[in-house]
Ligand binder design. Structure first.
Ligand SMILES: *Cc1c(COP(=O)(O)O)cnc(C)c1O
Length: 369
């Protein structure tokens, strides 16, 4: 029996281990641990990868979102619309700046439903945060159309979708600012926490640079209260190397996804959808089945770990009480929470691993589910 875990971070650097160790030694010898050349280099590389003018490294994906909202002066009295099935941090960021998080339901593909979005916009709506969940682009054409018609800013949460695109346009290039987590679990992951914001607006980049570094414009001059939330130089140097290999990693994951699509077709499960104009990066490969718990247990006793991203929708979390939602508020999202299952799709797995997992799933359903 094989043992396939959902996550195996200890192998995530092995392909270019020597380069990474050399780089770490270089940073240690330089003594440049906070901001400086390694952070600037990674920011330039990351901006260039997205053909955007500016990138600003920060302490986490959550802070990337908080700072983006603050850069637009969004706060008390304002509303920001996002989805209830993201990682909790998307909503936490909105609440942290004092704005009110307004949630809208999702479509079959787990991304924001533009019709729900359109109906939910109010006079107080200042921003929309679409999330490219699971590495699949949100429907940005429709979202941007609605946002532009109502003169509302869009901040993309690209934490799960670096490298994804819609008709050749990279996610992260639609909104006024776009936020990425560089958490070790993400497709572009550091060896610790990190985040980054990209934008074409110099004034936005400048504001985020102030916010991440105590509001200091130079060593001794503080122009506003800021935060201590910078991307570490050590992480930035490591990420520059990993960024060189990100397309390779995405290709690997797409090859594995292809095997799932071939091997799992015809079963009573809902496979993810990649339409013709989309390029998905499969941060997670999420299937939907009414027998989720049984299938998950079956995989587990056969050595395969499958996780659920995420079992409790944000509006049903204890922390979300004052948002005023209840069970039934977002029927599509809630139904999906009981059906979704993330199959292993680590880049260090091979096609045989995926065939093995697929065969187990086939056995499960052929023996009566
Ligand atoms: C991971 C993630 C975040 C939070 O990023 P951190 O770096 O952990 O703060 C925010 N949004 C989404 C969609 C994520 O997947």
């Amino acid at each position: 029996m094989r043992h396939i875990s959902a996550v195996n971070l200890s192998t995530s650097a092995i392909d270019y281990e020597d380069n990474i160790i050399d780089t770490i030694v270089q940073v240690l010898k330089s003594g440049k641990f906070i901001l400086g050349q390694y952070v600037e280099q990674f920011e330039n590389n990351f901006a260039r990868y997205h053909r955007q003018d500016y990138a600003v490294g920060v302490g986490s994906g959550t802070d990337a979102l908080v700072f983006s909202l603050k850069a637009l002066d969004i706060g008390p009295g304002d509303e920001v619309i996002t989805v209830p099935n993201s990682f909790i941090a998307t909503v936490a960021a909105i609440e942290h700046v004092g704005a009110k998080a307004i949630l809208v339901d999702v479509n079959d593909d787990q991304n924001m439903d533009p019709q729900c979005l359109e109906k939910t916009i109010s006079k107080k709506t200042r921003a929309i945060i679409p999330v490219h969940l699971n590495g699949k682009p949100a429907p940005m054409d429709k979202i941007m159309q609605i946002a532009n018609a109502n003169d509302i800013d869009v901040i993309e949460d690209c934490s799960q979708a670096i490298g994804a695109s819609i008709h050749g346009l990279s996610v992260g290039t639609f909104g006024i600012m776009s936020c990425y987590s560089l958490h070790p679990l993400k497709n572009l992951g550091a060896f610790g926490d990190g985040g980054i914001v990209i934008t074409n607006r110099k004034e936005c980049a400048d504001k985020i640079k102030l916010l991440r570094n105590h509001g200091l414009i130079d060593r001794d001059t503080c122009v506003q209260w800021g935060y201590n939330s910078r991307l570490d130089s050590l992480q930035a140097a490591i990420l520059s190397i990993k960024l060189e290999h990100i397309d390779e990693l995405i290709h690997k994951k797409r090859d594995l996804a292809k095997v799932y699509f071939e091997e799992l077709s015809g079963l009573p499960i809902r496979l993810p959808i990649e339409s013709n104009d989309e390029y998905c990066v499969w941060y997670t490969f999420v299937i939907q089945t009414v027998s989720r718990e049984e299938l998950r247990d079956y995989l587990k006793i056969n050595g395969v770990e499958a996780l659920v991203h995420y079992p409790i929708p944000i509006h049903l979390q204890l922390a979300a009480k004052k948002l005023g939602y209840s069970p039934g508020s977002f029927p599509v999202c809630e139904a999906q929470a009981g059906r979704i299952l993330s199959l292993p799709i680590r880049a260090d797995l091979n096609k045989d691993d995926i065939r093995y997992i697929s065969k187990l799933i086939r056995c499960f359903f052929e023996s009566g589910g």
